[in-house]
Design a protein. Structure first.
Length: 225
C-alpha cells in the first residue's frame, strides 16, 4: 500500500471533528462549515483535483473545441479521488450537475465538494453519488459561469486547497489536509479520537462527566511549545 492509499484508509476511519481538532492543534485552517451533503450522507476521503470557476466574461478565451466545466477534472481523476470546485462568483448558477455526476461516478470518483450551487440534486441521489455543496440551484452554468482552470489553487471557505491535497467530508464538516502534512495531521487526529473514545468508556463505567471533561479535556488541543 502506498503512503497516499494509507492516508485515505486512515482518514476514512476518522470524522471531520477529530481532523478539524488536529488541524486546530497544528495551527492549520480547521474544517470548512456550510457544505452539507446534498445527495448521499456518506463520508468521503481522498486526494483532490480542483476546478476554479469564474463569471463567463472573466474566463480565459477558449481555444479549440468547446469543453464543459468540470470535464477535465473528471478525465484527470483516478478512482477514489475527489473533485473540489470553487464557484464564489455570487452568480446563482450551477457549479456541478447531473451529467457531470454520472461521468464522475463512471470514472470512480469518490465524490465532489463544491463551494457553490449544485444542480440536479435528485440525479446525484439516484446515482448514489456524494456531493457536498454550499447551496442548490436549478439555474444552468451556461452563459453565466465558466471554468478558469483545472488543478490550480482554489479557495473553499477560508481555506486554500491545492491539487494533490487531501479532503475528508462528512455530515458535520469538510476538512482539507495539505499534502506535505497529511501524515502528521492524520496521526494527531487518531490520537484525539483515541482519547475521546477512552473518555466515552470512562462515562460508561460510571465516571462523572465533570471529571471526564475536566482540565485535561479543555487543554488537549493546546499546541506544543
Amino acid at each position: 500500500m502506498s503512503d497516499s492509499d494509507d492516508i485515505v484508509v486512515r482518514l476514512m476511519r476518522l470524522d471531520s471533528c477529530a481532523v478539524s481538532d488536529a488541524l486546530d492543534k497544528l495551527g492549520l485552517p480547521p474544517a470548512v462549515t456550510g457544505l452539507p451533503p446534498r445527495s448521499v450522507a456518506r463520508r468521503i476521503a481522498g486526494k483532490v483535483h480542483t476546478v476554479k470557476l469564474v463569471a463567463k466574461e472573466a474566463a480565459p478565451r477558449a481555444t479549440g473545441a468547446p469543453r464543459h466545466l468540470g470535464t477535465a477534472a473528471i478525465e484527470a481523476s483516478r478512482p477514489g479521488e475527489i473533485i473540489v470546485v470553487e464557484q464564489r462568483t455570487g452568480i446563482d448558477a450551477g457549479s456541478w450537475g447531473g451529467i457531470l455526476s454520472l461521468g464522475a461516478k463512471v470514472k470512480g470518483v469518490a465524490g465532489v465538494i463544491a463551494d457553490g450551487p449544485l444542480r440536479d440534486v435528485d440525479e446525484a441521489r439516484e446515482l448514489d453519488f456524494p456531493v457536498y455543496s454550499r447551496s442548490v440551484t436549478a439555474r444552468t452554468a451556461r452563459n453565466r459561469v465558466a471554468e478558469a482552470a483545472t488543478d490550480v489553487r482554489v479557495e473553499i471557505g477560508d481555506t486554500s486547497v491545492e491539487p494533490g491535497d487531501y479532503a475528508l467530508a462528512d455530515s458535520t464538516g469538510v476538512c482539507f489536509l495539505p499534502a506535505a502534512r497529511a501524515l502528521e495531521i492524520v496521526a494527531e487526529a487518531e490520537t484525539i479520537a483515541r482519547r475521546e473514545a477512552a473518555m466515552g468508556k470512562a462515562l460508561l463505567r460510571g465516571q462523572r462527566i465533570t471529571e471526564v471533561m475536566g482540565a485535561a479535556y479543555e487543554t488537549m488541543l493546546e499546541r506544543s511549545k
